[in-house]
Design a protein around this ligand. Structure first.
Ligand code: CTP
Ligand code: C5P
Length: 371
C-alpha cells in the first residue's frame, strides 16, 4: 500500500482501477462501473486506444476520442486514463496509485490467447464483479445488422432477434457463449434504484426539461445533456415510449427498448431524473407537474406530433423554450450506418470473440474433469 495513503496508520482512500474498450458504451458497462466504484472510494478507468483494440479484438465502432468522452460521462467515474495498455500490469496500478483492478466475470484475452489480467490476478490485486446479463456490444451490433435484412416487425421483435442473431453467428442458441451470446436483459426496479440519484429538486433549483428517444445513447446525446444541464441545476429527461419513437423514427427504431434507454440515460452524470414514457407533446400540465423552468432541445429537427403540431408549441408560446448546440453531429442512424458499412468486419469480430470464449470454457471444463 503506497505510503501517501496512510493517515495515522489507516488508509484514507481505496483507489480502484478498471480498464477496457468501452466501445458503444451501454448500461452494462455503466452497471459494471457502478459495482466497481462500490468496492472503493475513487474510480479510475483506463480506456484502450483504437490501435490496441484493432490488434486484439478487431476494429472498434467508436473512435478513442468518442469512447474517452462517453466513459467520462458516466456518473460513477472519477477519472479516465486515455490509451491504457491492453494487458494490465502492476506498474500501471502503482502509477495511478490504485489498490486493485476490477473486471466483470467474463474472460478477456490478447490476440495470442493470454488472459489480460494474469499479472494482477497472481499478485492478488484483482477483483471480480458479475457481468450484466443480456447486454453487450456484440448483441447491439447483432440487433443493428438485422435491420439491413428487414426482419424487424413490430411486435415480433424478440422472436426475430433471437432467431436471426443465432443464424448470423452460424450457431444454434445452445452453442452461444454465456458472456457475449445474445440473451434478454430483464429490467428490475432495483436496477433503476441503483442507477438513480434519488434526489428531488431543492427549493430555488432551476429545472430543465428535455425529451427524446435517446436511443443507443451516444456522444451527441451526452454533449447535448451537458449543454442542457448548464442552463440550470436539475435536469429531467423525458423518454418517449417505443411506439412513439417508432412513429417518428421509421419502422426499425428504437434499437434499445424503453427500459434499456432509461438505464443508459440515468447513468449519465448530468441527469437528475427520468420520465419513463413521457408524452410527446410538452403540455402545460407536464410543465406544471414537474415545475419546469425551461424546455431545451438540440439542433436536430423537431418532428411534428400525430396532429401535425409542434410538440414544443406551449413552452415556445410562454417563452420557456430554447435550443442549444451540442456541437456534435452524431445520431443513432449514423451509428447504424457505421455498423452496416463495416458489416463483415464486425460480424467477424463478434464470431471470433464468441468462438474464443466457447473454446476457453470447453478447455476449462475438460481440465476440471481430468483433475
Ligand atoms: N461488462 C459487464 N457487463 C456487460 C458488458 C461489459 O460487466 N454486459 C464489463 C466487462 O466485464 C469489463 C468492462 O465492462 O470489465 C469493460 O468491458 P469492455 O472491455 O468494454 O468489453 P466487453 O466485455 O467485450 O464488453 P462488450 O461485450 O459489451 O463489448
Ligand atoms: O434524437 P433524440 O430524440 O434521441 O434526441 C434527443 C435530444 O438530443 C434532442 O434534443 C436532440 O436535438 C439532441 N441531440 C443533439 N445532438 C446530437 C443528437 C441529439 O443535440 N448529435
Amino acid at each position: 500500500m503506497p505510503e501517501n495513503k496512510l493517515q495515522n496508520g489507516h488508509k484514507s482512500q481505496i483507489r480502484v482501477w478498471c480498464d477496457g474498450c468501452y466501445d458503444m458504451v451501454h448500461f452494462g458497462h455503466a452497471n459494471f462501473l457502478r459495482q466497481a466504484k462500490a468496492l472503493g472510494d475513487y474510480l479510475i478507468v483506463g480506456v484502450h486506444t483504437d490501435e490496441e483494440i484493432t490488434k486484439h479484438k478487431g476494429p472498434p465502432v467508436f473512435t478513442e476520442e468518442e469512447r474517452y468522452k462517453m466513459v467520462r460521462g458516466i456518473k460513477w467515474v472519477d477519472e479516465v486514463v486515455e490509451g491504457a495498455p491492453y494487458v494490465t500490469t502492476l506498474d500501471t496500478l502503482d502509477k495511478y496509485d490504485c489498490d486493485f483492478c476490477v473486471h466483470g466475470d467474463d474472460i478477456t484475452m490478447t490476440a495470442d490467447g493470454v488472459d489480460t489480467y494474469h499479472l494482477v490476478k497472481s499478485a492478488d490485486r484483482y477483483r471480480e464483479v458479475q457481468r450484466t446479463a443480456g447486454v453487450s456490444t456484440t448483441d447491439l451490433v447483432g440487433r443493428m445488422l438485422l435491420l439491413t435484412r428487414n426482419h424487424f416487425k413490430q411486435g415480433q421483435y424478440e422472436y426475430h432477434v433471437a432467431k436471426e442473431h443465432s443464424s448470423t453467428m452460424g450457431q444454434d442458441s445452445s452453442a452461444r457463449s454465456p458472456y457475449t451470446g445474445c440473451s434478454q436483459f430483464l429490467p428490475t426496479t432495483q436496477k433503476i434504484i441503483q442507477f438513480s440519484d434519488g434526489k428531488s429538486p431543492k427549493p430555488g433549483d432551476r429545472i430543465i426539461y428535455v425529451a427524446g428517444a435517446f436511443d443507443l445513447f451516444h456522444v451527441g446525446h451526452l454533449e447535448f445533456l451537458q449543454k442542457a444541464r448548464e442552463q440550470g441545476n436539475y435536469l429531467i429527461v423525458g423518454l418517449h415510449t417505443d411506439p412513439v419513437v417508432n412513429r417518428y423514427k421509421r419502422s426499425n427504431f428504437p434499437i434499445m427498448n424503453l427500459h434499456e434507454r432509461v438505464l443508459s440515460v440515468l447513468a449519465c452524470k448530468y441527469v437528475s431524473e427520468v420520465v419513463i414514457g413521457a408524452p410527446y407533446t410538452v403540455t402545460k400540465d407536464l410543465m406544471d407537474h414537474f415545475k419546469v423552468d425551461i424546455v431545451v432541445h438540440g439542433k436536430t429537427p423537431i418532428m411534428e406530433d400525430e396532429n401535425g403540431e409542434d410538440p414544443f408549441k406551449y413552452p415556445k408560446e410562454i417563452g420557456r423554450f430554447i435550443t442549444v448546440d451540442s456541437g456534435n453531429d452524431m445520431t443513432t442512424e449514423k451509428i447504424v450506418e457505421r455498423i452496416i458499412r463495416n458489416r463483415l468486419e464486425f460480424e467477424m469480430r463478434n464470431t471470433t470473440k464468441e468462438q474464443k470464449e466457447i473454446e476457453l470454457i470447453k478447455a476449462l471444463e475438460e481440465h476440471q474433469i481430468s483433475v
